[in-house]
Design a protein around this ligand. Structure first.
Ligand SMILES: CC(C)(COP(=O)(O)OP(=O)(O)OC[C@H]1O[C@@H](n2cnc3c(N)ncnc32)[C@H](O)[C@@H]1OP(=O)(O)O)[C@@H](O)C(=O)NCCC(=O)NCCS
Length: 198
């Protein structure tokens, strides 16, 4: 009996994690999400942000947008950006290792882009570790191209940062790129702005 319950639970979980049936909700990050956010942050980054840093970002009433992705009632990823004067700087994108390669980050990137466009932003930038090829692949998909190097930006690992830019995110061509990325996502998504839900 114990075994049957266990097998059923595993099958239920793998079904929920199968991206064909995966249902992901993107919503604004709140303070109550920070315990889960920090759990992921500590898993994936050598120099994780502290809860205080996230709280300080969330307390800003303008110029910030932070989102979490929920699947199976669990926070599985998050992202954020700082914006002003028509430009946005992506500060975080992270997905729980157990939930990676299921287009969770792609969903988060789409949310960031949509939010940026509604804020009148046309250009987005970010820094990424030179060695972080998986994140760079994600950003290439979203039209980010290398724009420079920040030497020793990550002193804890003595590593340079690649600066990447996506320009003209408010153009028709960029919209087509986002739509192409959205079309690759299997499963369903409920977006934070409650529009274009698929
Ligand atoms: C980078 C990261 C956010 C990607 O999250 P994810 O939800 O797995 O990404 P997605 O499933 O949306 O991937 C979208 C595309 O990015 C590329 N990609 C993502 N992870 C990849 C990997 N490990 N290897 C190669 N390409 C990868 C692929 O092109 C992928 O599309 P595909 O799976 O259809 O081929 C995740 O690996 C992560 O959290 N890493 C640790 C934290 C981090 O490095 N954050 C970025 C800091 S700048």
């Amino acid at each position: 009996m114990g075994n049957e319950v266990e097998v059923a639970a595993i099958s239920h979980n793998s079904q929920l994690k199968n991206s064909k049936v995966l249902s992901v909700t993107i919503c604004e990050m709140k303070r109550r999400h920070l315990r889960s956010v920090i759990r992921i942050e500590n898993k994936v980054f050598p120099r994780p942000w502290t809860v205080g840093l996230f709280m300080s970002e969330l307390s800003m009433t303008t110029g910030r947008a932070y989102f979490v992705a929920k699947a199976n009632s669990k926070i599985v990823g998050y992202c954020g950006m700082i914006f002003s004067c028509g430009q946005a700087h992506i500060t975080n994108v992270a997905v729980d290792p157990e939930w990676q390669r299921q287009h969770i980050a792609s969903r988060l990137m789409i949310q960031l882009v949509r939010s940026a466009i509604t804020q009148g932003i046309s250009d987005m930038t970010l820094e990424v570790r030179m060695s972080n090829r998986s994140a760079q692949s994600l950003y290439y998909r979203f039209g980010f191209a290398p724009g420079g190097v920040r030497k020793n930006y990550y002193p804890e690992t003595n590593e340079d940062a690649l600066i990447m830019w996506a320009r003209g995110i408010d153009t028709h061509n960029y919209r087509l790129r986002v739509e192409a990325n959205q079309a690759r996502i299997t499963g369903s998504t409920i977006w934070a702005d409650s529009t274009n839900n698929v």
